[in-house]
Design a binder for this molecule. Structure first.
Ligand SMILES: [Zn+2]
Ligand SMILES: [Zn+2]
Length: 334
């Protein structure tokens, strides 16, 4: 393979732009709105319109010097280089970045998943020569159950314990809206109560065309009214004083990490829900094969097992050790 268009820091030298840089840069290309990918303080930001809206809600209107929206599937040419965004299926607006020059195709996945989810534009496979893939769940033990099964367990528990409130720890961006959409699609039409940290982002999803039904602030509601209710809150809130306002709460947490029993126990979660917005091991393998990439760089997670698997397949593979992509121990955004 010729010299790649971008280096191992995901820096595209020809246009001096970084993909998801962890420190402020003059030019940044942002795959999606999660805090370990989108940071404030860049000079100019190239991202999908939805990601730009999310960044403005989270960090403020002036969180970057300027914003350039690039819709999915519209190639943008800069000199002899072309950049195109394709849906990554991870959260609303999340993009894979295709960088092309002189017949060389490089795809940076950002975070992605392939299972359909109506809160995110559906993942599209993009063929390439070099694939830079995330590996959050890059171990063979990770095989995510279907989220419908997990939501079914939750609704069962709600039906069986009508006097208790179910508190679902979910990250404010992406997971909260996914859980709500899954509940609605399973036929749950009752009001869903929100912690204050969720309200603006849920409203934004609604504005951007993802209806989430009847959502109400959890604060100020009499305790008796919350018997049998479903409440969505950040994972930290379900364990602190905030949770005491609810009748005999059942603590739940929605996360891909909930398949690790030890983590669920440590987090004092009574009802763990394995709901992931990342590929599991099988999907990572499938994607690498289907892109046709001959070279794979693995980042953002469990790199070693996936690198080893790629080499077994006869591919050139190496881990990237990008600063700022800390192992979140299941407490980061996912
Ligand atoms: Zn993410
Ligand atoms: Zn991430």
């Amino acid at each position: 393979m010729p010299e790649p268009i971008l280096d191992r820091d995901l820096h595209i030298k020809a246009i001096d732009a970084y993909i998801d840089p962890s420190v402020p840069r003059e030019r940044a290309i942002i795959t999606h709105g999660h805090a370990d990918h989108a940071r404030s303080g860049h000079g100019s930001v190239l991202a999908t319109p939805d990601t730009i809206s999310i960044m403005k809600v989270r960090y403020g209107e002036d969180c970057a010097g300027s914003f350039q929206p690039l819709p999915f599937g519209e190639p943008m040419a800069i000199d002899d280089l072309t950049i195109t965004f394709f849906p990554a299926g991870h959260i609303l607006g999340s993009a894979q970045v295709l960088v092309e020059r002189g017949g060389q195709r490089v795809v940076v996945t950002g975070d992605y998943k392939r299972l359909r989810d109506r809160t995110a534009q559906p993942y599209e496979l993009v063929e390439c020569d070099l694939l830079v893939t995330e590996a959050t769940f890059g171990l063979p033990v990770f095989q995510h159950p279907h989220p419908k099964v997990e939501i079914g367990r939750l609704l069962n528990s709600v039906r069986k314990q009508p006097e208790r409130a179910h508190l679902i720890g979910s990250y404010a961006l992406g997971k909260a809206q996914r859980v709500i959409a899954l509940l609605r699609d399973a036929g749950y039409d009752d009001p869903i109560y929100l912690h204050g940290a969720m309200i603006r982002l849920c409203a934004l999803y609604d504005e951007l065309g993802v209806p989430l039904g009847d959502l109400r602030p959890a604060t100020g509601v009499p305790k008796a009214e919350l018997e049998g209710a479903i409440v969505i809150a950040p994972p930290s809130a379900i364990r602190d004083r905030w949770s005491r306002r609810f009748p005999d709460p059942v603590t739940c947490q929605a996360s891909g990490w909930m398949s690790v029993k030890q983590r669920a126990r440590q987090a004092l979660v009574e009802l763990p829900l394995v709901i992931s917005d990342h590929c599991d091991w099988g999907e990572l393998n499938q994607t690498i094969r289907e892109t046709g990439a001959e070279t794979v760089w693995v980042t953002h997670g469990r790199e070693d097992a996936l690198v080893y698997w790629c080499r077994q397949q006869g591919l050139t593979a190496e881990p990237l050790n990008i600063q700022g992509f800390e192992d979140d121990g299941g407490e980061g955004e996912e």
